[in-house]
Design a protein. Sequence first.
Lengths: 419, 480
Amino acid sequence: MGDRLMNNNMYDVIIVGGGPAGLAAAVGAVDGGAKRVLIAERDISLGGILEQCIHPGFGLKHFGEELTGPEYARRFIAQVKEKGVEFKLGTMVLEIGDHCITGVNSTDGLFTAYGKSIVLAMGCRERTRGAIMTPGTRPAGVYTAGAAQRLINRQNTMVGKKVVILGSGDIGMIMARRMTLEGAKVLAVVEIMDYTAGLTRNRVQCLEDFGIPLMLSHTVVQIKGNRRVEGVVVAAVDPATKKPIAGTEQTFECDTLLLSCGLIPENELSRECGVALSRITSGPEVNQFMQTNKEYVFACGNVVHVNDLVDNVTEESLRTGRAAAQYAAGTLPKCDKEIPTVPQGNVRYICPQRLVPNADARLFFRAASPAKNVTLNVYAGENKIYTKKLIRINPGEMESVDVKAEAMAGVDSVRVEVI
Amino acid sequence: MLKTDVVIIGAGAVGSALAREFSKYRLDVTVVEKNEDVGGDSSKSNSAIIHTGYDAAPGTLESQLVVAANPMYDKIVSDLDVPFARIGAILPAFNDEQYEQLPALKHKAMKNRVYDVEYKTGEQLLEMEPQLNPEVRGGLYIPRESIIDPFLFCIGMAENAADNGVHFLLGTKVTGIDVENGAVCAVKTDKGQTIQAKYVINAAGLYCDEVASYVGKNDYYVNPRKGQFYILDKKTSCRVGMIVLPIPTKITKGKLICPTIHGNMLVGPTAEDLQDKTDKSTNTEGLESIANDIRKMVPNVNLRDTITQYSGLRAQRNPEGLNIDMYDDLAGYVNISGVRSTGLTGSVAIAKYVVDMLLESGMKAEFKTDFNPIRHGTPHFVELSDEEKKELIARDPRYGNIVCRCETITEGQICDAIHRTLGARSVDGVKRRLRAGMGRCQGGFCGPKVIEILARELGISVAEVCKNDPGSEMTVGNLR
């Protein structure tokens, strides 16, 4: 009896999170040979954030066609079901232990499930008003863009009528268009940097096409209104210090302020179970198999570093699932001495942070600031193994480069440089 | 026409404590509160400290009541199921000037009969609080300074009072007090009610001067003093375990850092005199001044880990000081004014003092034999043992549905908070009772779900769900 119960809770791979990363990891795990795979998802449906992203623009890279978020998710949900992946919905993982998770939901109650490998795919959360310290009152009507998106697209609930958006992240720009389409007036998208944080195509399709003013090098310096937002004060900032410039304040009367000021990988579970996190990405430090410092714990998608394209998440997560299955089977390549990846010049970070030198790797990286006519150089040790001219590079758009195992033989690091 | 024995104006800490104290007697008691929820204005936005009164001005009513109140808390919080901890406070001196003030501060504590205040050396203080500025010379240790959940404290007292028969008229503002033959006889409200009453207690805090003016007893005015605060993430790198207080200057008691009862760090407050009683905004200058001052005591404090900032108004009065007044020419009226930063602590003693004063002056009230002092709070799901968790979910599966992921709050808890006595009616009501939305995502994930649950459980449309009071509607309603 005890054994049978145990067996019932035993998996090759357990995946925490059933969004785009978790779904692709599950597909990858089955393709990689895992027999029993479990997804624990906290929402009432699979698909994660894609379920509320009803706009098109997904899948151009992975499927070669343009899909909406829910359509993109459907393709993976269908595969996951077809491949016999088990999943628990409405399930919160409270703790990750030694090769196990403790979860809770309304049907199983509190339960433990054991996995030979565990994949972290919890995604990210939005930076809040408190985190960016916007002064003023604390009325209703201040929402993060994603929360507003959920209310509108999944809960059929409109958040406001006259809107200012702080931050030009992708969700913010998409919500500027979405609010406009639902009859709200978007007065401005205000961005503290001198460039947009999100994709260029979103700036064009969501703001320019709808005539929504974009105010670069500006920020919200005060929120007004005691009960509901009555207005926000916007001021220009000094591009160097990012401090508001006195005398440039202008008040926008509005009932809603949406925030799209960055995403933060959600790693409370990771941290508590002893996974080492990067100070730059706020996500786990991984090697090219997306393996963390705890060798049975893998991570993929926005929990590792915030992506701009779901297609990249899918590609990374398929690999992660496969690696997790290989680890469960004891066939994952191993190496006693991993080597670091080192960002140089205008490179803010590289993911993965570590490489197993005897296996090929794809490196994702982001620029620290926008630049034109630059050179990308990749060095293995002192050898320049790749170089390319780039017409422009933008922090809002992730870049990638492949490195072959042969190139890494005997070197002590791989460096990526943009100058 | 409504008829009651006692009207209490205001359901902040003092009003709620009064309600509970009066509910020990066979009296008909009605609390009239302008906000939609109990818990007041100042009572919910403060440093959440239960003081010892060591630094009060000796000999004053404020000193007497605060010093008396502190020992009462162990029993109250256990009866009312309110999170509370006696973590103690230190008062470190970092230079000669500060160091030289210590004897006077200790002497003041003795005069206030706070006899357990002790000297500590710099080394001892650093051992107690390793994050202190290592230049610390020495200081005082005040062991009974404590922290509390200020929301649940007020809500707990009000709930328990209601369970013992007190009526609460929420979202109702007192607009006048009728006087007849030198005695109060009724209270008028903005809902058109006239409530006949023998006794009227003005516990209106910030607005007590306006209420006093209804009976011509406005020989003072309230001069709101704003305090701004930061709340830091539970995971912030630099933590203190006790309340770290600055040595006061002539101008201000200064800014402190301490843990909250739920494990966040609290940093603040400023002290800014205002005219506007509704100005609870934060501003960059205030927040920056906190950062500068706190770094002198705790250099590594990481204010980038802030999850929210807020401000509250102390109901300071001019002339200064806590005053509890009865008037020879106005029988049945009690005026409480000058309930400032010590008000949260003092509330329970103020309530006993007022009831005793009325009994002394001839109020007829029989002590109840069936007063139930116990309040059972909503189960804290995350703090239960595995067995208790399983049992709770088996009994009510909604406890298996985690709605607020940052603070691990379940749907079962939210439904309980809505349906219990004086239950939550708004997003803030849920937040203050349970902490759903008080974590690091600040309601980004649970907010939309809480709106849905409130609408469903209260049988209202989503458009009617408010953040707190009417006018603070969260959304404009369904799209189609």
